[in-house]
Write a protein that binds this ligand. Structure first.
Ligand code: GDP
Length: 426
């Protein structure tokens, strides 16, 4: 049984919470793309954690956590997060790392920083974690796979090929110092020693696990609209955020049984790019941001305040379509309890015409939201445990969103904690 938890929007939808809820009944939790450029917030009996590099199953001793081949593995960040768990009394997690995963080098982080500096105002809002330079190198075939770390002659020959190109850019484009071969070699050796205890042939591991009918949870990072192909390129990330990339990035060549797309009951986005339902009134945005305060409306990785907006049914329907969603989990419904009226974006106006399909990037930039207004429920719903006990206005809001996005909203989350989740039976 393979389940995926993925984002229907721009990321930060609350996937970490859902993964944590599902993890209880899973045997294996896998990260299959991205790196430590985004984070999941998880609140459980050990406290509040922002995981960037580790899969969300690390709090359960029955789970094997896997870092799949599609991930951008930052080894120092990986080790640091493991140590933090240990310091906070979390039992040592079971974790394995694919021998085919590639490594984020310190120069990837530097190149990311230098390029954003060079672009100045035209920068893409990179988290400067080295992710774009990392994936460029992977596909340009000049990256380092974990398996390569164990052959020093191989590494030395490869560095002789790579460094002249890197140094030309460093010195002549960015005006920085050249990299020295012995420093990079030392970095690679250090990474090898740190990661060696975790390295596994994960493809083989999954073949056995599936033969034994284990439950596998694929944990997506960011959201559909940050996908390099179907997202708002170039304000996208550098690896596929879609569920269908999951089996490839995990090393699990099978089809997925359930695809859970997570969406918030409103919109939020960290980073640049068109955001049609953005609330531009600073005060209004700040109220929503602060109501979502417990929802951490500040990027889990960057601490940047998120851009806030109303629920965007056009973007979410599209996000669910490209994710191939079979189910939706709507999070943060509790946050809207302060509003008398709630707006939902039901279509866009582009070039004077009403459009219900999410447009391409150039048209998106000048799309204007068309809103419908619904009555708010105006009370705290965070204590409710049965969906049927929600105020009728809250249920009407969920019904309307579901009708607009066209996929069943099977779970509704009304608070950051594990128990604040309700199944919506019809
Ligand atoms: P992810 O990257 O998709 O896992 O999302 P983040 O962890 O970056 O952001 C989601 C935030 O919302 C976190 O701070 C969660 O603790 C919080 N959260 C998740 N579900 C709910 C919910 O239903 N209500 C509230 N108030 N907060 C929630």
């Amino acid at each position: 049984m393979i389940k995926a938890v993925v984002g229907a929007n721009w990321g930060d939808e609350g996937k970490g919470k859902l993964t944590d809820v599902f993890a209880k009944e899973s045997d294996i939790v896998v990260r299959y793309q991205g790196g430590n450029n985004a984070g999941h917030t998880i609140i459980n009996s050990y406290g509040k954690f922002a995981l960037h590099m580790l899969p969300s199953g690390v709090f359960y001793s029955h789970i094997t956590n896997v870092i799949g081949n599609g991930v951008a593995l930052n080894i120092p960040a990986f080790i640091k997060e493991l140590r933090e768990l240990e310091e906070r009394q979390v039992p040592k997690p079971n974790i394995i790392v694919s021998d085919r995963v590639q490594i984020v080098m310190s120069y990837h982080v530097d190149f990311d920083k230098y390029e954003e500096e060079r672009l100045g105002k035209g920068a893409f809002g990179s988290t400067k974690s080295g992710i774009a330079p990392f994936y460029s190198d992977k596909y340009a075939k000049v990256g380092f796979q974990v398996s390569e770390l164990f052959d020093e002659q191989w590494l030395s020959d490869k560095l002789d090929r790579i460094l002249p190109a890197k140094n030309t850019l460093l010195v002549h484009l960015y005006g920085k110092e050249a990299l020295k071969k012995e420093d990079i070699m030392a970095e690679l050796i250090q990474y090898r020693d740190l990661i060696a205890p975790y390295v596994h042939d994960t493809l083989k591991f999954f073949q056995t696990a599936l033969d034994e009918h284990k439950v596998v949870l694929l944990e997506g990072q960011l959201g559909a609209l940050r996908d390099p192909d179907f997202g708002i390129y170039p304000y996208s990330t550098s690896s596929s955020t879609l569920s269908f990339y999951g089996p490839i990035g995990a090393g699990l060549p099978r089809s997925i049984d359930e695809i859970w797309a997570v969406t918030k009951a409103y919109s939020s986005s960290v980073g640049a790019g068109p955001f049609v339902t953005e609330i531009h009134d600073l005060e209004e945005a700040q109220i929503l941001r602060s109501k979502g305060g417990d929802a951490g409306e500040y990027g889990a990785t960057t601490g940047r305040p998120r851009r806030m907006g109303y629920f965007d049914a056009v973007a979410t329907r599209y996000g669910c379509q490209v994710q191939g969603a079979t189910h939706v989990c709507m999070t943060n419904l509790d946050v809207l309890g302060y509003l008398d009226e709630i707006k939902i974006c039901v279509a866009y106006e582009v070039d004077g015409k009403r459009r219900e399909h999410f447009p391409n990037i150039t048209r998106l930039a000048y799309s204007v939201p068309i809103y419908e207004t619904m009555k708010g429920w105006n009370c705290d719903i965070s204590h409710v445990r049965n969906y049927e006990d929600l105020p009728s206005e809250a249920k009407a809001y969920v019904d309307r969103c579901e009708a607009l996005i066209g996929v069943q909203i099977a779970l509704v989350s009304n608070g950051p904690n594990r128990e604040q989740i309700m199944s919506r039976k019809k």
